[in-house]
Design a protein around this ligand. Structure first.
Ligand code: BES
Ligand code: MN
Ligand code: MN
Length: 462
């Protein structure tokens, strides 16, 4: 391992420069204007895996963006680690809030990252994180230190719901066969408090449209006499939570698995400062479901949030108008054992039922995803725990995250493999937001930790 560490130390600048090259490609999967760039990123990932020493590297076509597949099989009798990541990124909007252009990476120091952080869209989510695996793989190959087989599956549609990955996985069971899926696409508590993600929330995402009169109307001539779809929509949305911030959709909580008192007490042991949390977000108070702590609200409890709402006149000055239509995008984060399709149906039924006769409503479901929890008494998890302990000098804390990676549940179902979510980002790294960044400490720590995972996992599997 000393040899690997010195290889990393000697190549740090190059490892950063190579990540920069990838970050300069605006692979925004959500926006078709970036199609060429997204394909270019897939090509760049393929080249990087070839250079790192993979034996077989392919761009596997799907109905959407290709999956980059690579493998190095040193001995079929040894375990196989399958690395998953995504080369697509979120749109950079609102671009005017970035301190420097989103696709021109730079290193800057911050309070949390005194050694510097890489600022760019995708720096943490997920280019910087999956690229650690490419560089850790290179380090092991070049030093003849690969203890087991490796496969890479780096997709390009994670940020838009991985709609084509389902089919890819089902059609490539053989190719993807392995023992464990290793993913760095989540975070940890702090640079001096390592943690491993043991749960992800599921997702149900809908778009709603409320229609009033057949055209926009003069708000003086008609105001007060016809339903204003924006007034109605906001009232309907407000009614989706009660005074305790419970979600009011009938049946919504039916399948939620409540944690035992012991589990909740264990969760409360994780270090968390409410004051620091509030200060970081510049809020005077937090908000959420009665009876649950902030850490519980954002991980083990389901939520319903409006992600966007629009309608009527929003240009300069005042226009007196009653709009014909109002819209909103609504996400529901789900926990075990809520079923995304069932929740979507409950939403549709409830939303239609609360609409007054004066309007029409249409609900369009978008992508969904199942929640996931991983046990910790497995070789898969213990290898990650020991690996982080080796490089951080502390046993990582198992933590359930509030985010979603919908394909993780699918991997378990279709490929029969557990996923280990060994992420190195921080919540404060601003993923999906302006000024996304990723600490250099985190990037290098990841590259250093990953080979230990391979080592310990191979030993534990023997
Ligand atoms: N990497 C994130 C998910 C994540 C981040 C999980 C941090 C835990 C901690 C992933 O790229 C993501 O953004 N997922 C989306 C869902 C997807 C269907 C668009 C999400 O969670 O909103
Ligand atoms: Mn991600
Ligand atoms: Mn993301």
């Amino acid at each position: 391992m000393n040899q690997l560490k010195s290889y990393l130390d000697q190549n740090k600048d190059r490892f950063v420069e190579e990540l920069f090259e990838l970050l300069r490609i605006p692979s925004i999967s959500a926006d078709s204007a970036y199609k060429e760039q997204t394909l270019k990123a897939a090509e760049a990932v393929k080249n990087s895996l070839e250079k790192a020493g993979a034996d077989k590297v392919e761009l596997c076509p799907t109905k959407g963006y290709p999956v980059v597949y690579a493998e190095k099989i040193i001995d079929p009798n040894l375990p196989t680690v399958v690395v998953y990541g995504h080369y697509d990124v979120q749109p950079a909007d609102p671009i005017e809030l970035w301190d420097a252009p989103a696709f021109e990476p730079i290193v800057k120091k911050t309070d949390i990252h005194p050694d510097g952080a890489i600022f760019a869209r995708g720096a943490c989510d997920d280019k910087g994180q999956f690229f650690m695996h490419v560089k850790a793989f290179e380090t092991m190959v070049k030093n003849d230190a690969l203890p087991c087989n490796v496969k890479f599956m780096i997709e390009g549609e994670e940020e838009i719901g991985s709609a084509n990955l389902d089919e890819f996985v089902k059609n490539n069971r053989e190719k993807l066969a392995g023992d464990v899926i290793l993913i760095s696409d989540t975070g940890m508590l702090a640079n001096d408090t390592p943690s491993i993600t043991t749960g992800l929330r599921g997702l149900s995402y809908v778009e709603v449209e409320v229609t009033g009169p057949n055209r926009d109307l003069h708000s003086g001539l008609y105001g007060g006499a016809v339903a204003n779809p924006i007034n109605i929509l906001t009232k309907m949305i407000a009614s989706l939570h009660d005074e305790n911030n419970h979600i009011t959709i009938p049946g919504f909580y039916d399948d939620v698995i409540e944690l035992s008192t012991e589990e909740r007490e264990a969760m409360a042991q994780a270090p968390f400062s409410l004051d620091a949390y509030k200060a970081h977000l510049n809020i005077d108070d937090v908000w959420g479901e009665k009876g649950y702590s902030t850490m519980e609200r954002n991980s083990i409890r389901p939520t319903l949030d409006v992600n966007g709402i629009w309608g009527g006149y929003t240009g300069e000055g005042a226009k007196t108008v009653i709009a014909s239509k109002a819209y909103a995008k609504i996400s529901m984060r789900l926990v075990p054992a809520q079923d995304p399709e069932k929740i979507t149906q409950l939403f549709v039924k409830h939303f239609e039922s609360i609409a007054p006769d004066a309007v029409k409503v249409k609900v369009t479901p978008h992508h969904g995803g199942e929640p996931y929890v991983s046990p910790i008494d497995t070789a898969e998890y213990q290898a990650a725990s020991k690996a982080m302990e080796a490089t951080f000098g502390q046993t990582p804390i198992p933590v359930r995250s509030g985010g979603s990676i919908p394909i993780v549940a699918l991997f378990e179902r279709e490929l029969g493999m557990k996923s280990i979510l060994m992420g190195f980002g921080l919540d404060s790294d601003a993923i999906h937001s302006p000024n996304e960044h990723y600490g250099l400490f985190n990037y290098f720590k990841g590259i250093e930790t990953i080979p230990y995972y391979y080592q310990y996992y191979t030993e534990l599997k023997k």
